[in-house]
Unconditional design. Sequence first.
Length: 46
Amino acid sequence: MALDKEIILGLLQKAFEGAEIELIDYAGDSDHYELKIKHKSFEGIS
């Protein structure tokens, strides 16, 4: 069973407070996402 996009976003927002989070469901099936997180804890990492 796939997790709802809003649940995933909520969990990520709790884990990375103040982060810029982009979650895209390309397949439209709530099962395959692309995730981008921009947060100060990742500065300098590529």
